[in-house]
Design a protein around this ligand. Sequence first.
Ligand SMILES: Cc1cc2nc3c(=O)[nH]c(=O)nc-3n(C[C@H](O)[C@H](O)[C@H](O)COP(=O)(O)OP(=O)(O)OC[C@H]3O[C@@H](n4cnc5c(N)ncnc54)[C@H](O)[C@@H]3O)c2cc1C
Length: 365
Amino acid sequence: MQPFDLIILGGGISGLGVAREAARRGKRALLLEAASCCGATSNNTLRIIHGGFRYLQHLDLPRVCKSLLDQAAIVREEPDAVAPLPCVMPLSPRGLKSRIPTSCAALMYGALMRACRSPLPSPAVISAAEAAAQVPLLRGLATHGALRWHDALLLDPARIAGRLRAAACAGPVTILEHTAARAVSRAGELFEVRDARDAVHLGRAVVNTLGPFLGTVELPRGLAGSRPRWCKGINITISRQLDSTFGIGVQGAEGRLLFCVPRGRGTAIGTWYTPIANDGSPLGPDPGEIAALIDAFNAALPGANVRASEVEGVDLGVLPMLADSPGGPRLVANEEIHVAGGYVEVLSTKYTTFRTQARRVLRAI
Ligand SMILES: Cc1cc2nc3c(=O)[nH]c(=O)nc-3n(C[C@H](O)[C@H](O)[C@H](O)COP(=O)(O)OP(=O)(O)OC[C@H]3O[C@@H](n4cnc5c(N)ncnc54)[C@H](O)[C@@H]3O)c2cc1C
Protein backbone atom coordinates (compact mmCIF):
# COMPACT_ATOMS: atom_id res chain seq x y z
CA MET A 1 0.00 0.00 0.00
CA GLN A 2 1.47 3.35 -1.10
CA PRO A 3 1.47 5.71 1.95
CA PHE A 4 -0.27 9.07 1.70
CA ASP A 5 1.89 12.18 2.09
CA LEU A 6 -0.50 13.25 4.81
CA ILE A 7 -3.68 12.09 6.51
CA ILE A 8 -6.02 14.81 7.73
CA LEU A 9 -8.37 14.07 10.62
CA GLY A 10 -11.55 16.19 10.51
CA GLY A 11 -13.29 17.98 7.65
CA GLY A 12 -14.23 21.30 9.27
CA ILE A 13 -12.92 24.53 7.76
CA SER A 14 -9.44 23.75 9.17
CA GLY A 15 -9.26 20.25 7.66
CA LEU A 16 -10.70 21.31 4.30
CA GLY A 17 -8.29 24.27 4.18
CA VAL A 18 -5.34 21.91 4.73
CA ALA A 19 -6.74 19.51 2.10
CA ARG A 20 -6.93 22.27 -0.51
CA GLU A 21 -3.43 23.51 0.30
CA ALA A 22 -2.12 19.93 0.05
CA ALA A 23 -3.74 19.59 -3.40
CA ARG A 24 -2.18 22.88 -4.54
CA ARG A 25 1.23 21.51 -3.59
CA GLY A 26 0.59 18.17 -5.33
CA LYS A 27 0.58 16.20 -2.05
CA ARG A 28 -1.30 12.89 -1.92
CA ALA A 29 -3.65 13.31 1.02
CA LEU A 30 -6.52 11.49 2.69
CA LEU A 31 -9.12 13.35 4.77
CA LEU A 32 -11.29 11.42 7.23
CA GLU A 33 -14.49 13.14 8.42
CA ALA A 34 -16.77 11.47 10.97
CA ALA A 35 -19.97 13.05 9.60
CA SER A 36 -20.29 15.61 6.78
CA CYS A 37 -17.63 18.17 5.92
CA CYS A 38 -18.18 21.56 7.60
CA GLY A 39 -21.32 20.26 9.31
CA ALA A 40 -20.19 20.98 12.89
CA THR A 41 -18.76 24.17 14.45
CA SER A 42 -17.68 25.47 11.03
CA ASN A 43 -21.31 25.61 9.91
CA ASN A 44 -22.56 27.23 13.11
CA THR A 45 -20.52 30.41 13.37
CA LEU A 46 -21.90 33.90 13.64
CA ARG A 47 -20.57 34.13 10.06
CA ILE A 48 -18.39 37.19 10.58
CA ILE A 49 -15.21 37.14 8.52
CA HIS A 50 -13.10 39.24 10.87
CA GLY A 51 -10.40 41.64 9.82
CA GLY A 52 -8.92 41.73 13.32
CA PHE A 53 -9.63 45.27 14.57
CA ARG A 54 -9.96 43.96 18.10
CA TYR A 55 -6.37 42.58 18.12
CA LEU A 56 -5.14 46.19 17.99
CA GLN A 57 -5.99 46.56 21.68
CA HIS A 58 -3.10 44.16 22.40
CA LEU A 59 -1.01 45.79 19.63
CA ASP A 60 -0.82 42.36 18.01
CA LEU A 61 -0.02 43.79 14.56
CA PRO A 62 1.07 40.48 12.94
CA ARG A 63 -2.30 38.99 13.89
CA VAL A 64 -4.21 42.02 12.57
CA CYS A 65 -2.34 41.79 9.24
CA LYS A 66 -2.86 38.03 9.01
CA SER A 67 -6.61 38.47 9.55
CA LEU A 68 -6.78 41.37 7.09
CA LEU A 69 -4.97 39.38 4.40
CA ASP A 70 -7.20 36.34 4.93
CA GLN A 71 -10.33 38.49 5.00
CA ALA A 72 -9.32 40.29 1.78
CA ALA A 73 -8.61 36.98 0.02
CA ILE A 74 -11.99 35.50 1.03
CA VAL A 75 -13.87 38.66 -0.04
CA ARG A 76 -12.13 38.65 -3.44
CA GLU A 77 -12.36 34.92 -4.12
CA GLU A 78 -15.90 34.30 -2.88
CA PRO A 79 -17.97 37.29 -4.05
CA ASP A 80 -21.14 35.20 -4.19
CA ALA A 81 -20.67 33.63 -0.74
CA VAL A 82 -19.38 36.64 1.22
CA ALA A 83 -20.58 40.28 1.40
CA PRO A 84 -19.06 43.37 3.04
CA LEU A 85 -20.62 43.94 6.47
CA PRO A 86 -20.66 47.48 7.89
CA CYS A 87 -20.45 47.29 11.69
CA VAL A 88 -20.90 49.77 14.53
CA MET A 89 -20.04 49.71 18.18
CA PRO A 90 -20.87 52.44 20.73
CA LEU A 91 -17.83 54.03 22.36
CA SER A 92 -17.26 54.13 26.12
CA PRO A 93 -16.86 57.38 28.08
CA ARG A 94 -13.33 56.37 29.19
CA GLY A 95 -10.73 53.68 28.76
CA LEU A 96 -9.47 51.88 25.64
CA LYS A 97 -12.87 52.00 23.94
CA SER A 98 -13.30 55.77 24.35
CA ARG A 99 -13.04 58.34 21.55
CA ILE A 100 -9.31 59.22 21.49
CA PRO A 101 -7.79 55.71 21.72
CA THR A 102 -10.42 54.38 19.28
CA SER A 103 -9.72 57.19 16.79
CA CYS A 104 -5.97 56.37 16.93
CA ALA A 105 -6.72 52.67 16.49
CA ALA A 106 -9.01 53.44 13.53
CA LEU A 107 -6.23 55.44 11.84
CA MET A 108 -3.72 52.65 12.39
CA TYR A 109 -6.18 49.99 11.20
CA GLY A 110 -6.96 52.02 8.06
CA ALA A 111 -3.25 52.19 7.26
CA LEU A 112 -2.89 48.42 7.78
CA MET A 113 -5.94 47.82 5.57
CA ARG A 114 -4.30 49.78 2.76
CA ALA A 115 -1.00 47.94 3.26
CA CYS A 116 -2.89 44.62 3.07
CA ARG A 117 -4.84 45.80 -0.01
CA SER A 118 -8.16 45.29 1.72
CA PRO A 119 -11.07 45.91 -0.65
CA LEU A 120 -13.20 47.15 2.29
CA PRO A 121 -13.66 50.79 3.42
CA SER A 122 -11.51 52.14 6.27
CA PRO A 123 -12.98 52.55 9.78
CA ALA A 124 -14.01 55.87 11.29
CA VAL A 125 -15.26 57.25 14.60
CA ILE A 126 -18.70 58.78 14.07
CA SER A 127 -20.73 61.16 16.25
CA ALA A 128 -23.70 60.18 18.41
CA ALA A 129 -26.03 61.85 15.89
CA GLU A 130 -24.52 59.98 12.92
CA ALA A 131 -24.70 56.68 14.82
CA ALA A 132 -28.36 57.23 15.68
CA ALA A 133 -29.19 58.27 12.10
CA GLN A 134 -27.48 55.24 10.55
CA VAL A 135 -28.56 52.67 13.15
CA PRO A 136 -31.82 53.69 14.86
CA LEU A 137 -31.32 51.02 17.55
CA LEU A 138 -28.36 53.04 18.85
CA ARG A 139 -30.50 56.10 19.55
CA GLY A 140 -29.69 57.25 23.07
CA LEU A 141 -27.09 54.51 23.47
CA ALA A 142 -24.05 55.73 21.51
CA THR A 143 -23.90 59.02 23.45
CA HIS A 144 -20.07 59.16 23.15
CA GLY A 145 -20.14 58.34 19.44
CA ALA A 146 -19.42 55.01 17.79
CA LEU A 147 -16.78 53.14 15.85
CA ARG A 148 -17.90 52.25 12.32
CA TRP A 149 -15.83 49.66 10.44
CA HIS A 150 -16.30 46.95 7.84
CA ASP A 151 -15.94 43.22 8.24
CA ALA A 152 -17.44 40.66 5.88
CA LEU A 153 -20.44 38.37 6.31
CA LEU A 154 -20.49 34.77 5.21
CA LEU A 155 -23.76 34.38 3.32
CA ASP A 156 -23.35 30.76 2.37
CA PRO A 157 -20.94 28.58 4.39
CA ALA A 158 -21.90 25.49 2.35
CA ARG A 159 -20.70 27.14 -0.85
CA ILE A 160 -17.24 27.83 0.59
CA ALA A 161 -17.01 24.29 1.96
CA GLY A 162 -18.07 22.92 -1.45
CA ARG A 163 -15.43 24.97 -3.28
CA LEU A 164 -12.65 23.93 -0.92
CA ARG A 165 -13.67 20.35 -1.29
CA ALA A 166 -13.83 20.52 -5.09
CA ALA A 167 -10.40 22.21 -5.24
CA ALA A 168 -8.92 19.51 -2.98
CA CYS A 169 -10.47 16.63 -4.94
CA ALA A 170 -9.32 18.14 -8.27
CA GLY A 171 -5.83 17.34 -6.95
CA PRO A 172 -4.50 14.11 -5.41
CA VAL A 173 -6.75 14.32 -2.31
CA THR A 174 -9.33 11.73 -1.24
CA ILE A 175 -12.10 12.76 1.15
CA LEU A 176 -13.95 10.06 3.09
CA GLU A 177 -17.05 11.36 4.89
CA HIS A 178 -18.91 9.35 7.54
CA THR A 179 -15.58 7.76 8.38
CA ALA A 180 -14.35 8.59 11.88
CA ALA A 181 -10.71 8.20 12.80
CA ARG A 182 -10.23 5.94 15.83
CA ALA A 183 -6.51 5.70 16.52
CA VAL A 184 -3.14 6.93 15.33
CA SER A 185 0.01 4.86 15.86
CA ARG A 186 3.60 4.82 14.65
CA ALA A 187 4.69 2.28 12.03
CA GLY A 188 8.45 2.88 11.72
CA GLU A 189 8.86 6.18 9.85
CA LEU A 190 5.17 6.21 8.97
CA PHE A 191 1.87 6.70 10.81
CA GLU A 192 -1.00 4.25 10.81
CA VAL A 193 -4.49 5.70 11.13
CA ARG A 194 -7.23 3.26 11.99
CA ASP A 195 -10.76 4.29 11.10
CA ALA A 196 -14.12 3.29 12.61
CA ARG A 197 -14.49 0.49 10.04
CA ASP A 198 -11.13 -0.87 11.16
CA ALA A 199 -9.49 0.03 7.85
CA VAL A 200 -5.85 1.11 8.27
CA HIS A 201 -4.41 4.02 6.30
CA LEU A 202 -0.68 4.72 6.07
CA GLY A 203 0.69 8.26 5.95
CA ARG A 204 4.01 10.06 6.20
CA ALA A 205 2.34 12.77 8.31
CA VAL A 206 -0.90 13.23 10.26
CA VAL A 207 -2.72 16.54 10.64
CA ASN A 208 -5.24 16.48 13.46
CA THR A 209 -7.90 19.21 13.09
CA LEU A 210 -10.49 17.59 15.33
CA GLY A 211 -10.84 20.61 17.63
CA PRO A 212 -12.93 19.58 20.63
CA PHE A 213 -12.81 15.98 19.45
CA LEU A 214 -8.98 15.90 19.54
CA GLY A 215 -9.11 13.74 22.62
CA THR A 216 -11.45 11.13 21.11
CA VAL A 217 -8.70 9.64 18.93
CA GLU A 218 -6.05 7.43 20.51
CA LEU A 219 -2.58 8.86 20.03
CA PRO A 220 0.89 7.50 20.74
CA ARG A 221 2.37 8.87 23.97
CA GLY A 222 4.01 12.27 23.79
CA LEU A 223 2.33 13.46 20.60
CA ALA A 224 -0.62 15.47 21.93
CA GLY A 225 -0.44 19.26 22.22
CA SER A 226 -2.04 21.50 24.85
CA ARG A 227 -5.55 20.78 25.99
CA PRO A 228 -7.59 23.97 26.49
CA ARG A 229 -10.81 24.38 28.41
CA TRP A 230 -13.56 23.70 25.88
CA CYS A 231 -16.66 25.88 25.92
CA LYS A 232 -19.96 25.46 24.23
CA GLY A 233 -20.69 28.52 22.08
CA ILE A 234 -24.23 29.37 21.02
CA ASN A 235 -25.79 31.91 18.67
CA ILE A 236 -29.52 32.36 18.35
CA THR A 237 -31.37 33.39 15.23
CA ILE A 238 -34.56 35.39 15.50
CA SER A 239 -37.21 36.01 12.87
CA ARG A 240 -37.02 39.82 13.12
CA GLN A 241 -34.49 41.98 11.35
CA LEU A 242 -32.97 44.24 14.01
CA ASP A 243 -31.04 46.15 11.35
CA SER A 244 -31.02 45.19 7.67
CA THR A 245 -27.52 46.54 6.99
CA PHE A 246 -25.29 46.82 10.05
CA GLY A 247 -23.66 44.35 12.37
CA ILE A 248 -23.95 45.86 15.87
CA GLY A 249 -21.41 45.12 18.59
CA VAL A 250 -22.31 45.83 22.22
CA GLN A 251 -20.49 45.28 25.47
CA GLY A 252 -22.51 43.02 27.74
CA ALA A 253 -22.20 42.67 31.50
CA GLU A 254 -18.91 41.06 32.66
CA GLY A 255 -17.24 42.51 29.55
CA ARG A 256 -18.75 39.97 27.14
CA LEU A 257 -18.85 41.31 23.61
CA LEU A 258 -22.15 40.49 21.89
CA PHE A 259 -22.96 40.97 18.23
CA CYS A 260 -26.05 40.91 16.11
CA VAL A 261 -25.76 40.51 12.34
CA PRO A 262 -28.37 40.30 9.59
CA ARG A 263 -29.20 36.67 8.68
CA GLY A 264 -31.59 36.52 5.73
CA ARG A 265 -34.83 38.16 6.84
CA GLY A 266 -33.92 37.79 10.48
CA THR A 267 -30.94 38.33 12.78
CA ALA A 268 -28.25 36.16 14.33
CA ILE A 269 -27.16 37.10 17.85
CA GLY A 270 -24.20 35.78 19.81
CA THR A 271 -21.95 34.43 20.99
CA TRP A 272 -22.64 33.01 24.46
CA TYR A 273 -20.03 30.70 26.02
CA THR A 274 -20.47 28.05 28.71
CA PRO A 275 -17.66 25.75 29.89
CA ILE A 276 -18.39 22.07 29.19
CA ALA A 277 -17.08 18.75 30.44
CA ASN A 278 -14.48 17.41 28.01
CA ASP A 279 -15.91 13.91 28.05
CA GLY A 280 -17.37 13.75 24.55
CA SER A 281 -20.96 13.84 25.86
CA PRO A 282 -23.40 15.17 23.25
CA LEU A 283 -24.15 18.88 23.30
CA GLY A 284 -27.58 20.38 23.06
CA PRO A 285 -29.05 23.86 23.33
CA ASP A 286 -29.94 24.65 26.92
CA PRO A 287 -32.99 26.92 27.53
CA GLY A 288 -31.16 28.55 30.47
CA GLU A 289 -28.27 29.60 28.22
CA ILE A 290 -30.62 30.94 25.56
CA ALA A 291 -32.47 32.98 28.20
CA ALA A 292 -29.13 34.27 29.59
CA LEU A 293 -27.99 35.33 26.10
CA ILE A 294 -31.29 37.14 25.45
CA ASP A 295 -31.15 38.91 28.85
CA ALA A 296 -27.54 40.01 28.36
CA PHE A 297 -28.22 41.21 24.82
CA ASN A 298 -31.36 43.15 25.80
CA ALA A 299 -29.50 44.75 28.72
CA ALA A 300 -26.70 45.86 26.36
CA LEU A 301 -29.01 46.95 23.50
CA PRO A 302 -32.38 47.72 25.16
CA GLY A 303 -34.03 48.91 21.93
CA ALA A 304 -33.74 45.39 20.51
CA ASN A 305 -36.22 43.97 23.03
CA VAL A 306 -35.68 40.37 21.85
CA ARG A 307 -38.30 37.89 23.10
CA ALA A 308 -37.78 34.17 23.61
CA SER A 309 -40.77 33.47 21.35
CA GLU A 310 -38.89 35.05 18.41
CA VAL A 311 -36.05 32.52 18.54
CA GLU A 312 -36.10 30.45 15.34
CA GLY A 313 -32.89 28.55 15.68
CA VAL A 314 -29.82 27.92 17.78
CA ASP A 315 -26.36 27.42 16.25
CA LEU A 316 -24.05 25.49 18.44
CA GLY A 317 -20.33 24.80 18.39
CA VAL A 318 -17.32 24.36 20.60
CA LEU A 319 -14.49 26.80 21.16
CA PRO A 320 -11.16 26.58 22.98
CA MET A 321 -10.97 28.84 26.04
CA LEU A 322 -8.21 29.74 28.43
CA ALA A 323 -8.26 27.18 31.22
CA ASP A 324 -8.30 29.64 34.15
CA SER A 325 -9.50 32.99 33.03
CA PRO A 326 -10.56 35.40 35.78
CA GLY A 327 -13.98 36.93 35.12
CA GLY A 328 -15.36 34.04 33.06
CA PRO A 329 -14.49 32.23 29.84
CA ARG A 330 -12.12 33.98 27.45
CA LEU A 331 -11.17 32.70 24.00
CA VAL A 332 -7.70 31.25 23.51
CA ALA A 333 -5.92 34.24 21.99
CA ASN A 334 -4.31 32.65 18.95
CA GLU A 335 -4.89 29.52 16.99
CA GLU A 336 -2.24 26.98 17.90
CA ILE A 337 -0.30 24.63 15.73
CA HIS A 338 1.51 21.94 17.69
CA VAL A 339 4.12 19.95 15.75
CA ALA A 340 5.71 16.69 16.92
CA GLY A 341 7.66 14.91 14.19
CA GLY A 342 5.25 14.40 11.33
CA TYR A 343 2.25 14.84 13.63
CA VAL A 344 0.54 18.26 13.61
CA GLU A 345 -2.36 19.40 15.77
CA VAL A 346 -4.40 22.45 14.81
CA LEU A 347 -6.44 24.39 17.34
CA SER A 348 -8.60 26.88 15.50
CA THR A 349 -10.26 29.89 17.13
CA LYS A 350 -11.50 31.65 14.00
CA TYR A 351 -13.03 30.63 10.71
CA THR A 352 -11.36 33.54 8.88
CA THR A 353 -7.77 32.34 9.14
CA PHE A 354 -8.09 28.86 7.63
CA ARG A 355 -5.87 29.79 4.64
CA THR A 356 -2.84 31.05 6.61
CA GLN A 357 -3.33 28.21 9.05
CA ALA A 358 -3.24 25.66 6.19
CA ARG A 359 -0.05 27.15 4.76
CA ARG A 360 1.61 27.01 8.20
CA VAL A 361 0.60 23.36 8.55
CA LEU A 362 2.00 22.41 5.15
CA ARG A 363 5.25 24.22 5.94
CA ALA A 364 5.48 22.36 9.25
CA ILE A 365 5.38 18.85 7.75
C1 LIG B 1 -21.14 29.75 18.22
C2 LIG B 1 -19.86 30.05 17.49
C3 LIG B 1 -19.77 31.23 16.72
C4 LIG B 1 -18.59 31.50 16.02
N1 LIG B 1 -18.53 32.60 15.24
C5 LIG B 1 -17.43 32.86 14.51
C6 LIG B 1 -17.41 33.96 13.62
O1 LIG B 1 -18.38 34.70 13.50
N2 LIG B 1 -16.29 34.16 12.89
C7 LIG B 1 -15.18 33.34 12.99
O2 LIG B 1 -14.16 33.59 12.30
N3 LIG B 1 -15.18 32.26 13.81
C8 LIG B 1 -16.28 32.00 14.57
N4 LIG B 1 -16.30 30.91 15.39
C9 LIG B 1 -15.10 30.05 15.46
C10 LIG B 1 -15.05 29.06 14.28
O3 LIG B 1 -16.33 28.55 14.06
C11 LIG B 1 -14.08 27.89 14.56
O4 LIG B 1 -12.81 28.42 14.93
C12 LIG B 1 -13.90 26.99 13.34
O5 LIG B 1 -15.13 26.70 12.71
C13 LIG B 1 -13.26 25.68 13.79
O6 LIG B 1 -13.12 24.86 12.65
P1 LIG B 1 -12.42 23.43 12.77
O7 LIG B 1 -12.34 22.87 11.40
O8 LIG B 1 -11.11 23.58 13.50
O9 LIG B 1 -13.38 22.60 13.74
P2 LIG B 1 -14.81 21.91 13.42
O10 LIG B 1 -15.63 22.74 12.50
O11 LIG B 1 -15.40 21.56 14.75
O12 LIG B 1 -14.40 20.60 12.65
C14 LIG B 1 -14.00 19.40 13.29
C15 LIG B 1 -14.54 18.26 12.43
O13 LIG B 1 -14.05 17.01 12.94
C16 LIG B 1 -15.07 16.04 12.76
N5 LIG B 1 -14.76 14.89 13.63
C17 LIG B 1 -15.03 14.73 14.96
N6 LIG B 1 -14.54 13.56 15.41
C18 LIG B 1 -13.95 12.96 14.35
C19 LIG B 1 -13.23 11.74 14.18
N7 LIG B 1 -13.00 10.89 15.20
N8 LIG B 1 -12.74 11.44 12.93
C20 LIG B 1 -12.93 12.29 11.88
N9 LIG B 1 -13.61 13.46 11.99
C21 LIG B 1 -14.09 13.80 13.22
C22 LIG B 1 -16.34 16.78 13.10
O14 LIG B 1 -17.48 16.13 12.54
C23 LIG B 1 -16.07 18.16 12.46
O15 LIG B 1 -16.57 18.24 11.13
C24 LIG B 1 -17.47 30.62 16.11
C25 LIG B 1 -17.57 29.46 16.88
C26 LIG B 1 -18.75 29.17 17.57
C27 LIG B 1 -18.83 27.93 18.38
